[in-house]
Each structure stands twice: as structure tokens, then as C-alpha cells.
Design a protein around this ligand. Structure first.
Ligand code: TPP
Length: 315
């Protein structure tokens, strides 16, 4: 949990730099599998997680690195996990979509769209039964809100007043499909009312607005007032995955959203507050160096030995 304005910026920068470095590794054919980039959505993860404690839970999805880092996953084991290395946070078994760190309440990502929502409800139920005031957050895309698990989760969360915060990062596209073509009501938050769930629509590119809304939702959850759905309007800068030719949208639209960059916007805010350029520049250099070090660590780490393939297999 961070209250410090500079730490919020550092957290967003770290995500931004990790995404850029991973895209670079992918372009050089040094990344195994696909990358689902989080570029452009940094304010969502940081704004939400900055109000959480280590004892709170998060459940991520297939676009999860921002969530992992914002909740405190260490950079080197995170990066090594992305490359499937033995030094990864899950020993290289999770890879890009399934990193987890239960000690920090990071219950993992998920390649099955929508599947994280009932897991989040389960974590919220566990928190409620423990009675220690912890909350659970589940991140999902607007595409996932068309999945049946969405309705089931909202229903049970409202009926049982679960301490659950449902965070829909509405980045306008589910794979190659514009959201508007799949729904009659473009605001996911509007659906919450029918289930008796509180909701807010938030500018997902404004880290302070996200943080404030998250604070209200977490406060409600901690005092037993039940779940909240936060719809964060945002945009993914990259394709659905790296290499996606993005034929379903225009370069002009992308440029418009890039002009609303959440990282640059918050940087301007810090400058307006009086934070010196030198201080910001030094911080940017430190973050770039830390991420570069993590990439080197991951590249230099060994793959898990083949004889370990059947260890830690539970199903
Ligand atoms: C149950 C299921 N259906 C379809 C897919 C294929 N798929 C992977 S990501 C994705 C789009 C998800 O869109 P959204 O939830 O909006 O998240 P975003 O990728 O925009 O962050 C789809 C359809 C899947 N993985 N699981």
C-alpha cells in the first residue's frame, strides 16, 4: 500500500518499462510464446493496488503483469517467470499468464476469460470468514463481462455481501472485436445495479481518479457493505498480443489514446505539484536500470530441469 505520489509514478514507470523491454525481447525472438501487453493501462493496476495491503487478494487475467507488479511482485522473479526460467516466481511453470505470489495475496492470472471472477469471489468469501478485514480484487476485461461467470459472481457477491471489488478494465476491444458490437449497453457498470452491486465509471487513464474510486470501494468492502464494480475506461496500446496487425481499429484512434498516456499525464501532475525535473529524470533512470537488470537476470537464468516437469503438479 502506498500513499506517496512519487511511488505511484515509480510503480507506473516500472510497468511501462517492463512492457517495453518484453516487447523488445519478443521482437528479437527471445521470448517464449505470446505477450499480452499492458502498455497504456498502467494507471488501472497502480491506482487500484496502491490502496491494498499485502493481506488483500488480487486475481488477475491474461493481461496480468501490471497487476502483479502493482501488488508488489519482485521484479527479477517476475521477469524470469515470463521467460519460463527456474528462478521465476513460480519456478518457470506459470509463464506469461499464470504467475502467482500467494505471500502477497497475488492468486494468479488465468488464460480462461472470465474464470478469475468466481475465484475472486471465493477469495472474498475466505476473507469474510477470516474476519480480519481483508478484501479481494478481481481484474477482468470488458469482453469477460459477457461471460456467464460475470453474472454469477455479481449475484453471489451481492447476496453474501462479499468484500469483493470487481475491476473491469474496459479497453474497448476483446481480441479483435470492438466491445460496442457485442453489447446493447456499452457501460459494463450499468449492469451492476440489477444485481444490487454498487458501481462507478472511472477514467482509467487517471491514476488518482482510479485510486480514489478504489479507496471508496475498499472502504465499503472492509466494513461489510459488500461488493463494488469499478469500470475503468482505458485503452490497450498494443494489439491483443504482440504481432497482432490491429486491422480492426485505426492508427488515428491509437494516436488519440496515446495522447492520453496515463504515465505522461501523472508526470505532468507531479511537475505541477512542484516536483523537480531532475528528480523525475533520476527516478526514470533508476527504473530503467532496475528493469534492465531484471531482464539480464531472467535471460541468464537456467530453464527448469526436464526431470522437474512433474513436480508441483496438482491435477
Ligand atoms: C473462455 C474463453 N473464451 C475465449 C478465449 C479467447 N480469448 C482470449 S483473450 C480474449 C479477449 C478478452 O477480452 P477482454 O476480457 O476484454 O480482455 P482484454 O484482452 O481486452 O484485456 C478471448 C476471447 C479464452 N481464452 N477463454
Amino acid at each position: 500500500m502506498t500513499q506517496d505520489p512519487i511511488t505511484l509514478y515509480q510503480s507506473m514507470l516500472t510497468i511501462r518499462e517492463c512492457e517495453a523491454q518484453l516487447n523488445d525481447l519478443f521482437a528479437k525472438n527471445l521470448f517464449p510464446g505470446y505477450i499480452h501487453s499492458y502498455l497504456g493501462q498502467e494507471a488501472c493496476a497502480v491506482g487500484i493496488c496502491s490502496g491494498l495491503n499485502d493481506t488483500d487478494y488480487i486475481v488477475s487475467n491474461h493481461r496480468g503483469r501490471g497487476h502483479y507488479l502493482a501488488k508488489g511482485m519482485a521484479l527479477k522473479p517476475m521477469m524470469a517467470e515470463m521467460l519460463g526460467k527456474a528462478t521465476g516466481i513460480c519456478g518457470g511453470r506459470g509463464g506469461e499468464m499464470h504467475a502467482a505470489d500467494p505471500a502477497l495475496g497475488i492468486l494468479g492470472g488465468n488464460g480462461i476469460v472470465g474464470a478469475g471472477m468466481p475465484i475472486g469471489a471465493g477469495a472474498a468469501l475466505a476473507a469474510q470468514m477470516d474476519g480480519l478485514g481483508a478484501v479481494a480484487v478481481v481484474f477482468f476485461g470488458e469482453g469477460a463481462s459477457n461471460n456467464g461467470a460475470f453474472g454469477e459472481t455479481l449475484n453471489v457477491a451481492a447476496a453474501w455481501k462479499l468484500p469483493l471489488i470487481l475491476v473491469c478494465e474496459n479497453n474497448l476491444y476483446a481480441e479483435m472485436t470492438p466491445f460496442a458490437e457485442t453489447v446493447g449497453q456499452p457501460d459494463v457498470a450499468a449492469r451492476a445495479t440489477g444485481y444490487g452491486v454498487a458501481s462507478e465509471i472511472v477514467d482509467g487513464n487517471d491514476v488518482l481518479a482510479v485510486r480514489a474510486a478504489a479507496g471508496r470501494a475498499v472502504d465499503r468492502a472492509r466494513v461489510g457493505a459488500g461488493p463494488t464494480l469499478l469500470e475503468l475506461k482505458t485503452y490497450r496500446w498494443g494489439g491483443h498480443f504482440e504481432g497482432d496487425p490491429r486491422k480492426y481499429r485505426t492508427r488515428e484512434e491509437e494516436a488519440e489514446w496515446k495522447a492520453r498516456c496515463p504515465v505522461a499525464r501523472y508526470r505532468r501532475h507531479l511537475v505541477d505539484l512542484g516536483v523537480e525535473e531532475d528528480r523525475l529524470g533520476s527516478l526514470e533512470a533508476v527504473v530503467a536500470a532496475e528493469v534492465a537488470e531484471a531482464v539480464t537476470f531472467a535471460l541468464d537464468s537456467p530453464l527448469p530441469p526436464p526431470e522437474s516437469a512433474l513436480l508441483k503438479v496438482f491435477a
